[in-house]
Design a protein. Structure first.
Length: 172
């Protein structure tokens, strides 16, 4: 690979998939949040599927499940540090680890979507309401799915590596 190509890819293997997924998550999240905030009053709720899911416009100044309310500065400092660490780690992921890159793209896209809200309006816009669970948004969903997939990758990669090491020892 030429040095100019390496700079263009920022060291990522298959960068289009990672960055494309990340940007899709951020854009989808921000467009829906904009539509909710532009067309609803804070606290307003409309049924999407009566008795099951509602569109409820709320703002959350904390983290998931409204913990750490009013700690905006903490999230404004921590989020870029976590994203930078993940971007650095992405450089070492092998080309074959597509699921791991997808999981990290979902997580980063979600984290960036909520970070934009904290910068822009001082709190995260939430709108998906099942009434038996805290109200959440697209970014939150992507963070949770990304973390779940990351756990899956770690669990099965760890088992796969362990089996490979056992086979290598047996063959020796």
């Amino acid at each position: 690979m030429k040095s100019t190509e390496k700079r263009l890819y920022l060291g990522f293997k298959e960068p289009a998939m990672f960055w494309g997924c990340l940007l899709f998550v951020v854009l989808l999240d921000q467009v829906i949040k904009y539509l909710v905030s532009a067309n609803m009053h804070l606290g307003e709720s409309q049924p999407l599927i009566e008795g099951l899911v509602y569109l409820t416009y709320v703002r959350n100044s904390g983290a998931a499940f409204s913990i750490l309310q009013g700690q905006r500065w903490l999230f404004l400092v921590i989020t870029p540090m976590v994203l930078a660490a993940i971007f650095w780690y992405m450089r070492s992921i092998s080309k074959g680890d597509r699921l791991l890159r997808f999981a990290l793209a979902l997580f980063c896209g979600g984290a960036l979507g909520n970070y934009i809200d904290r910068l822009r309006v001082g709190a995260v816009t939430d709108f998906i309401d099942f009434r038996f669970f805290p109200v959440f948004n697209v970014a939150d969903s992507c963070i949770v799915i990304g973390v779940a997939l990351l756990g899956w990758c770690m669990l099965f990669k760890s088992k796969k590596d362990s089996v490979k090491e056992d086979n290598d020892v047996s063959a020796a």
